[in-house]
Design a protein around this ligand. Sequence first.
Ligand code: AMP
Length: 476
Amino acid sequence: MKHKTKPAKKQKPVQKKSGPVVAKIASALKPQIKRAPATGSPQLVRGMKDILPQDQPLWEWVRQAFADVASGFGFDRIDTPIVEMRSLFERPLGTGSDVVLKEMYSFPDPGGEAELALRPEGTAGIVRAYIEHGMKNLPQPVKLSYIGPFFRHDRPQAGRQRQFHQASFELLGEAAPIADAEIIIATHAVLKDLSVPVTIQINSMGTKEERDGYARKLVDVLKPKRRQFCETCQLRLQNNPLRVLDCKESTCQELLTNIPQLVDFLDQPSRDHFMHVLEYLDEAQVPYILNNRIVRGFDYYTGTIFEIWPDLTEDQLKDASQMPVLSGAQNALGGGGRYDGLVQLLGGLPTPAVGVGLGIERVVLVLRALGREAPSETVRPDVFIAHLGDAARKRTLKLIDQLRHGGFTIVHNLAKDGLKPQLELANRRRCRYTLVMGQKEVLDGTLIIRDMDSGVQEVIDVNKVIPDLTRRLQKG
Ligand code: AMP
């Protein structure tokens, strides 16, 4: 049978969406693509990390602290897809932002028309979902929480990966300053529960008009010194002047002394709003400092913006070896702010909103730097189930099911045969009790229960194992 070959699809002309300055920055910043040799065993992709079993207790502790605060503050869980339309991020984040210019993982939808992206941040997807699911019809504010992976093709280093995880709160539909404060207080509560001392660095960007007025003034003041700035800042001065303020180059920072302050360009309503936020933080005893150099990287921010910084000594940071020096934005544990224009920008009704993203990798690094260990209750399983011989192995399958349904945390290794390696595993996992079932116990309908701390053993009726364990674990 003859196969007709399909005529090659006509390539659509690529639409040029950005101006020449943006294109110039993009090409200057775009990383060189190097092809890895195709031979050898598969390797982790650069900038990605495995979260190994030994890392999980700290990760789980952070996830749990976040989930507890989310439920205590009434944030409902939401999960949006990792893959979204690339266009969802372009305008909200800003066509001049680093993320849109050079860090987004984007690719054409196979077989489709759309250009897709691995989400580089969470807020745009949440706003899309808020609009698409008509959440404006729910009682406002709508309070959402989520946790998951995000992707940015940045230069990897300690505390900066190409796949990283954020735990986030978003509060949509409330303009009052208490909403800004609530987001900050909730984030602070997560870190307080993890015993991580932090200070909030906070600023206000005002309305778009106020910010634009300031940006014009900034350009006027800095233009005469333009050539002394780093190459990126020279381009930013044309394209995204406020980003010059948080450039990490010391030469650029020196050029920024005695410049006009954004706060002086805010009108009274913006100032009042900001003052109220600070009053609430005082009341809640959340430590903060004003930092008028914080501008945040995305265009969607308006009004209050903030970053969460760990209060660590230089020694604690060095001890952690993975943590670079304290200076540098890569050490902010999280950040967020108001984005009052974003819902409307994405096609919804004008809706005030505020949110935060906490970087889990960085929180875990700080927990390590502080020598913190996850509380043992979160990692200590209730029971190890050991078997001796095939008949016992079969009988333990039923026991495993019963105990799991009884709500016990259990560990077992059905592939191991000897008692010794099984008990070693029970010890390593710090199980509270071990149940041993051998040939004799199968026939008798009994079990040996061993208290792993005291070493005391007893024989119990297999049918009474659930009430027996419940009593023992409540006592312990
Ligand atoms: P942003 O969305 O840039 O405001 O980031 C919020 C938080 O997410 C940061 O403070 C970091 O804790 C974390 N984060 C952002 N980018 C990365 C990255 N490339 N690697 C690890 N964590 C990151």
